[in-house]
Design a protein around this ligand. Structure first.
Ligand code: UT7
Length: 341
């Protein structure tokens, strides 16, 4: 497969760290120094389905296609507006598509899982063009009285259209059962014949330091695996697009693999952790800034609840857009981007 089009949608509402100081025992200084986050977008009036639809429409139009050309819709999400129907089903008609549609849940690694699934459909000939959306409203799951987690998350949607091509050079997905360090329990319901689990609790629960250690080790290892499987050296990769969970995680992975800071763009200061939407949102900014050049090599890595992880190497095969959008704050880790080509 290769990427034909890309789109995104963010909620209009911006919540800055200062606004969290007013409702929690926290400080802007703590949040920025421990995570790199300055602000995040939070859904206010629009639904997550609206965001997913808007990002999907932009990606299809950017690909020069219409909804009728799409053979499969995959939405990577943790929780849509409904438990069912899926977001994928809800956006299908408005896109003018009539293909199969489903949501895929692999937490923050969901977008790379979806990319890999899209590749399998295209490779097998079961679909020609696949729409992949990462859409998340994790702020709805967060416990807004728990300062150690709610400050981290933001909402958003990023989308891509994949079609036949030889752009995806390698992928590596992992899953390792662990429902202890990062989880959110489903509502128990009110069936009079079912006993609610003893440990039933609402909201998002996380053992931050355990997830942090997993993220750094897993991400560095996954990146080495996919670069190796693609027959490449780390130094040949032009861009490393990592799940935007914490600026310090990006720094730690960069240090482990001795990566130049200018190859690790980051928008976490503006978005927070948007889970499965994180990587397509970052890629959209890079593309619209004119930084993605045809032939460049991109390594991506994401990790999250499950525990799951996914990584891939992609050769970019698309000309920059005609109108560029300045994104001069995408490299907070250094002054200059340092692509190899
Ligand atoms: O998408 C994947 C999902 N998640 C992640 O990738 C998250 C991975 N983990 C992390 O990013 C970090 O572990 C956190 C940002 C969640 C926490 O950073 P940390 O440096 O590991 O802090 P900590 O949990 O060790 O807490 C240090 C202190 C504690 O106070 P005491 O016990 O030292 O007095 C916390 O209570 O910071 C306190 N603290 C806060 N203080 C102000 C925790 N949250 C806050 C807060 N504001 N928001």
């Amino acid at each position: 497969m290769k990427i034909l089009g890309i789109g995104r949608a963010l909620p209009e509402q911006v919540i800055a760290n200062g606004q969290l100081e007013a409702i929690l025992d926290t400080l802007n200084e703590w949040i920025q120094s421990r995570t790199g986050i300055r602000e995040r977008r939070v859904l206010k009036t629009h639904s997550l389905t609206d965001l997913a639809l808007s990002a999907a429409k932009e990606a299809i139009s950017d690909a020069g296609l219409t909804g009728e050309d799409i053979g499969l819709i995959l939405v990577a999400t943790t929780l849509g507006d409904y438990l069912f129907p899926s977001i994928a089903s809800l956006i299908q008609a408005d896109l003018g598509a009539s293909c199969p549609a489903m949501d895929l849940h692999a937490a923050c690694a969901g977008f790379i899982y979806a990319l890999d699934t899209a590749d399998a459909y295209i490779r097998s000939g079961k679909a020609q063009n696949v729409l992949i959306v990462g859409a998340e409203a994790i702020t709805r799951l967060a416990d807004w009285e728990d300062r150690s987690t709610c400050v981290l998350f933001g909402d958003g949607a990023g989308a891509m259209v994949a079609g036949p091509g030889d752009g995806l050079l390698s992928t590596h997905l992992t899953a390792q059962t662990n429902s202890d360090v990062l989880y959110s329990m489903a509502p128990p319901g009110n069936c009079p014949f079912t006993q609610a689990p003893q440990n039933a609790s609402g909201g998002l629960k996380m053992k931050g330091q355990d997830v942090y250690r997993y993220a750094v080790t897993r991400s560095a290892e996954d990146l080495e695996i996919v670069v190796n499987e693609a027959g490449l050296e780390i130094s040949q990769i032009d861009w490393f697009l990592l799940h935007q969970a914490n600026r310090r995680i990006l720094d730690a992975v960069r240090a482990r693999l001795s990566l130049p800071a200018g190859k690790l763009p980051s928008n976490i200061h503006r978005t927070g952790n948007t889970s499965a939407a994180s990587i397509p949102l970052l890629m959209h900014e890079l593309y619209h800034a004119g930084l993605l050049k045809e032939g460049q090599l991109i390594a991506m890595s994401a990790f999250g609840a499950g525990l799951t992880s996914g990584a891939c190497v992609l050769r970019w095969d698309k000309a920059p857009p005609e109108t560029l959008t300045l994104a001069d704050d995408l490299f907070p880790l250094s002054q200059q981007p340092t692509p190899t080509t």
